[in-house]
Design a binder for this molecule. Structure first.
Ligand code: DON
Length: 310
């Protein structure tokens, strides 16, 4: 794709989608997230040669939140193998909100249905090995730094503390998992790791690079270095299609048709196989927790560039 026209088209679509920011609200259940300007919208596209084009608020830092669940899953799969991980967390979409507890109790055995919901991601955090929370976090941070080339990536301490103080629902999920035998590591330490990886701070440009590596089956395209096993990248992209946009994943697959993962800080990471990674930041969310303008923007880009994979 010609870089100049890609850049112009991206700017045009960001402007068009900006009108939708007024239709959403910033996440308020993590108090620190409620402080951001709901009208922001930015996006970056990373091409296979590593070129980045961007528009709008693409340099504004925000926290990964649930986008980090893809990369904690990568680490857990690489450290423990598929059998160990999928004995403890399933592969099915839930149709429920991301923080729901209901199916944990009603489905037997009591294992979370997939690693993209909070219960599943907390179970995955429990499988990340290391000596103490810092070393366990470093396994995820190290991967993210290598993939983005951004050695400065780190945790936003204010967001981390804000979630830790208010995360009673996640605590309930974690203790239920402990009671069910899914979580066998220390509950508070595992929650601490989960809150920290959710609070890793990025920009839309970093997220575009993350998406591009998944789009390239785990290879950093412009260096040729394999950073994620091909099979693990394939599993991640499949989860992005089936569960990446929570209980709006079906609608998103039909309207946009790209593997994508959202987070409540307003980020969306999209991976268009072999073609591009897209990072979006728009903190005004719809009622399911996805960026309103971000989803609209991806729909417009998908139509313009024919990105749908189905
Ligand atoms: O555990 C939580 O609720 C947040 N740290 C992450 C949730 C999230 O991003 C869901 N996204 N739509």
């Amino acid at each position: 794709m010609d870089i100049e026209s890609a850049s112009n088209q991206l700017a045009e679509k960001v402007q068009a989608a900006s009108e939708y920011t007024g239709q959403g609200k910033v996440a308020a259940y993590i108090p620190e997230l409620a402080k951001v300007d709901a009208r922001m919208l930015g996006a970056a596209v990373c091409m296979p040669d590593g070129t980045i084009v961007s528009a709008g608020d693409a340099d504004v830092p925000f926290t990964l939140q649930s986008i980090s669940k893809i990369f904690s899953l990568v680490v857990a799969l690489c450290q423990n193998g598929h059998k160990h991980v999928f004995e403890r967390v399933g592969k099915e979409p839930t149709g429920d909100p991301f923080n729901s507890i209901i199916k944990l109790e009603t489905i037997k055995p009591h294992k979370p249905l997939n690693p993209m919901i909070n219960a599943g991601a907390i179970a995955v955090a429990g499988m990340i090995q290391g000596n103490g929370v810092e070393e366990r976090l470093d396994a995820i941070l190290g991967l993210l730094r290598s993939v983005t080339g951004n050695r400065g990536l780190s945790v936003n301490e204010a967001v981390y503390r804000s979630e830790k103080r208010t995360a009673d629902r996640n605590r309930a999920l974690a203790w239920f998992l402990k009671d069910s035998g899914v979580l066998t590591t220390d509950v508070e330490e595992t929650l601490d790791l989960y809150f920290r990886h959710c609070a890793i701070e990025v920009t839309a440009k970093d997220v575009a690079r993350l998406g591009m590596v998944l789009a390239a089956d785990g290879i950093i395209p412009h260096t040729g270095e394999r950073i994620i096993p091909r099979e693990v990248a394939r599993i991640c992209k499949t989860f992005m299609v089936t569960c990446g946009m929570y209980n709006a994943s079906g609608e998103f697959a039909i309207d946009v048709g790209i593997p994508a993962k959202s987070g409540v800080a307003g980020g969306i990471m999209a991976a268009v196989p072999q073609r591009m990674g897209i990072g979006v930041f728009g903190p005004a969310l719809d009622e399911k927790g996805n960026s309103v303008a971000g989803v609209k923007l991806l729909e417009l880009l998908s139509q313009e560039w024919n990105l749908g994979i189905f």
